[in-house]
Design a protein around this ligand. Structure first.
Ligand code: ATP
Ligand code: MG
Length: 720
């Protein structure tokens, strides 16, 4: 028996203690952010181990990320020592790989099978489709790939795909293609990501002996972030738990943010049905955030109709001098937002906060760029978690290679990177020929290519492709002096087919890549010309960051789940950015509610301070667009929010109903909007002088002397 004063039990509240000490039988912990769910799981692991209820390898514990698994292992290690090392602790995928390696033969693989990345998957599927004479122009492989992934998330093998599911995908032949794709994977001794779970399920269902062995082995099962499990994962857990039924799942329906990956909140409801008599524990004390932060988050999430509902109250006393309201601040544009946030960070550091206590949580990857640049110029170390830093991202490196080649055709590395990207039908033979000429003549690759296409060395198809590529590069180069560099960049990315390539890509990351490319063009606008931009990036990339120093964390809201920081910055709270346009377009109201849960996740990451910012203007390519403050801002309870009183913002948009206009505090304002007419001569902050062409409510169409015709908001315009 474990003494009641065991170190992992000290300080737990009665409900937490119950969840930790009820080691036998099914337990469901359903409660809000920061109520100690993850702590309950860690303590429970210690409780089971210390009570010698099971050997470490008889405990299966599922976390949402590998990082979370590492942290949990470390904490349990502190509590019970080296036994923690032999726990089965990891993500669904890593645990499935571990099982599959042992039983690979049972599902038709060898134990050294490889796991394909998304590029390989797509290439393979394309081959399969072509083998079946499917026109992949008409039926893009990406669309079928997406469908296959969703089927796998739901545990559906090819034989389960009836016409109702397949629809007219790939000309109504989706099921056959899915089957062939699976067969091809087996021949290659390979599995894609979704297969890891699917094969594991197949193994369990087709080999009762193997299933029985694991059911026997795993006496205790623990699952964190349960609200984000998909159907396949749920089935997997249910099978494994069937014998001992000692399964403890913890989750929060308000933090379900992965439905786009097939997660189903319904699994929470299924739990009580599939494990009758389950003990349901509700934790209501939040031990993380100040009362204001908690109230702000609770007020926001109360706007969701589709929730189980729960109470959340502050569980610890915070030093009153440290309790601040959630601050909301409007800024003029993206660069000002970055400046404001980084100034705040510097102020925090002066107050003694280390960089490690600070996080900037963004909705979409493209948003990190502005903050990264500012952090670099101010010399504050930072890390981007969950992905490479902006200029290290694949699509940005590719796009930069185009710009570098146009700027300097001698750049052989750039040439190599993009000459066949997107695919232009240049095979190895053609590229080897280019290299051979370059070596023989001591020419740069681009020169060599130009020479080569004058000859008949290449077959007609690659010759045609390379001729066009060289001509394009030269044409773009010819425009260097005549076209604004941002427009040229847009043109290059467009005409080369590079952006198109990502737009046609149906992988989950592709839309984010397209956004990053737009952001790149936006970044260009801050520099006088292409050359100075390229130099800037080269310097930024040089700025290698040392390990071991405290760093500010930048990450997406999705990646921040389960984490906590003293100081949290939440930028970009504008309609279209957050809530994200795509989520609303594709998901309707459900999409909006998921965005709101994401906002709830963001706010509840903070222990002490939150600053939410939104910009009145965002530059899209070369154009300024006015942005509307996010509807989520209206949903924050006024009593817990400091709406930046010193700038006189209170009430400027707080009570207004949608659609709203951005408050134009950053610019000198005209007192009364709406009294321009066509023909008026006006002056605009950014675009200078011009003449009003048309008035559309609060928007004006103006022909500017310099900038051409633009749509602007009347509040930023003064009579000239
Ligand atoms: P999330 O929903 O964000 O994943 P959670 O419910 O998993 O949150 P934890 O991360 O486990 O919450 O706990 C939040 C914070 O509260 C942690 O710093 C944890 O150490 C602390 N905490 C949990 N329980 C207690 C307690 N009884 N007394 C003091 N602090 C506690
Ligand atoms: Mg947690």
């Amino acid at each position: 028996p474990v003494p009641a004063d065991a170190v992992w039990l000290v300080g737990l509240n009665p409900e937490q203690t119950e969840a930790v000490t009820t080691t036998e039988g099914p337990v469901l912990v359903l409660s809000g952010a920061g109520t100690g769910k993850t702590r309950v799981l860690t303590s429970r692991l210690a409780q089971i181990l210390a009570g010698r209820r099971a050997q470490p390898w008889q405990i299966l514990s599922v976390t949402f990320t590998n990082r979370a698994a590492r942290e949990m292992k470390e904490r349990v290690g502190h509590l019970v020592g080296p036994a923690a090392e032999s726990l089965w602790l990891g993500t669904f995928h890593s645990l499935c790989v571990r099982i599959l390696r042992r039983h690979a033969e049972a599902v038709g693989l060898k134990s050294n099978f490889t796991i394909l990345d998304s590029d390989d998957q797509l290439r393979l599927l394309k081959q399969v489709m072509e083998g079946e004479h499917i026109d992949t122009k008409k039926w893009p492989a990406q669309a079928l790939m997406g469908a296959i992934q969703r089927w796998k998330d739901r545990g559906l093998t090819p034989d389960k795909i009836g016409p109702d599911l397949a629809g007219d995908l790939a000309g109504g032949r989706a099921q056959v293609l899915y089957r062939h794709y699976q067969e091809r994977l087996l021949t290659l001794n390979a599995a894609d990501f979704g297969d890891l779970l699917l094969h594991c399920l197949t193994l369990f269902l087709s080999h009762p002996d193997a299933l029985a062995q694991y059911q026997d082995q795993f006496r205790y099962i623990l699952v964190d972030e349960y609200q984000d499990t998909n159907v396949a994962q749920y089935l997997w857990l249910r099978l494994l738990a069937q014998k001992h039924k000692n399964i403890c799942c913890v989750g929060d329906d308000d933090q379900s943010i992965y439905s786009w990956r097939g997660a189903e909140v319904g699994n929470i409801l299924k739990f009580e049905r599939d494990f009758p008599g389950a003990k349901v524990v509700r934790l209501e004390s939040n031990y993380r955030s100040t009362p204001h932060i908690l109230a702000a988050a609770s007020g926001l999430i109360a706007n969701n109709a589709d929730r189980l509902g729960k109470t959340l109250r502050p569980g610890i006393r915070h030093d009153p001098s440290e309790v601040e309201k959630v601050r909301v601040r409007g800024v003029w544009d993206g660069p000002e937002e970055a400046r404001v946030v980084i100034e705040e960070i510097e102020a925090l550091q002066r107050k003694g906060c280390s960089a490690a206590t600070i996080a900037i949580l963004v909705r979409a990857g493209f948003q990190t760029r502005e903050f990264e640049e500012r952090l670099i110029t101010t010399g504050i170390p930072y890390r981007v978690i969950g992905g490479p830093r902006f200029y290290e991202r694949q699509e940005i490196r590719d796009a930069m290679a185009y710009l570098r080649l146009v700027n300097s055709p001698d750049d052989g590395l750039a040439f190599e990177r993009i000459v066949n990207l997107p695919k232009r039908g240049l095979g190895d033979a053609a590229l080897q020929a280019v290299h051979a000429v370059a070596r023989a003549r001591a020419f740069p690759l681009f020169e060599a290519a130009r020479l080569l296409v004058e000859t008949d060395e290449l077959k007609p198809k690659p010759r045609g492709a390379l001729t066009k590529f060289c001509a394009d590069v030269l044409r773009w180069r010819g425009l260097l002096d005549d076209l604004p560099h941002t427009e040229l960049a847009e043109m290059i990315l467009d005409e080369s087919g590079y952006v198109e390539m990502w737009k046609n890509d149906k992988s989950a990351e592709a839309p984010g890549r397209v956004e990053n490319l737009k952001e790149l063009v936006r970044a260009l606008a801050d520099y006088e010309n292409l050359q100075s931009f390229l130099e800037h990036v080269a310097l930024v990339m040089e700025n290698d960051q040392k390990d071991g120093v405290d760093k500010v964390t930048i990450m997406t809201l999705h990646g921040a789940k389960g984490l906590e920081f003293d100081n949290v910055f939440l930028p970009g709270w504008e309609e279209g950015v957050f809530p994200h346009q795509r989520a609303m377009d594709e998901g309707g109201n459900a999409g909006l509610e998921e965005e709101r849960r994401l906002a709830y996740v963001g706010l509840t990451r903070a222990r002490k301070r939150v600053l939410v910012t939104f910009a009145a203007n965002r530059r899209i390519y070369n154009q300024w667009q006015s942005a509307l403050p996010s509807r989520f801002l209206d949903e924050l309870p006024a009593a817990d929010i400091d709406r930046d009183a010193e700038r006189g913002l209170i009430g400027s948009w707080q009570q207004s109903s949608r659609p709203k206009q951005p408050a134009a505090w950053a610019a000198p304002l005209r007192d009364q909007a709406g009294d321009f007419e066509a023909g008026d001569r006006v002056f605009h902050q950014k675009f200078g002088g011009g003449v009003v062409l048309a008035v559309d409510g609060d928007k004006l169409e103006i022909e500017f002397d310099q900038a051409g015709i633009k749509k602007v908001l009347d509040s930023f315009v003064e009579p000239a």
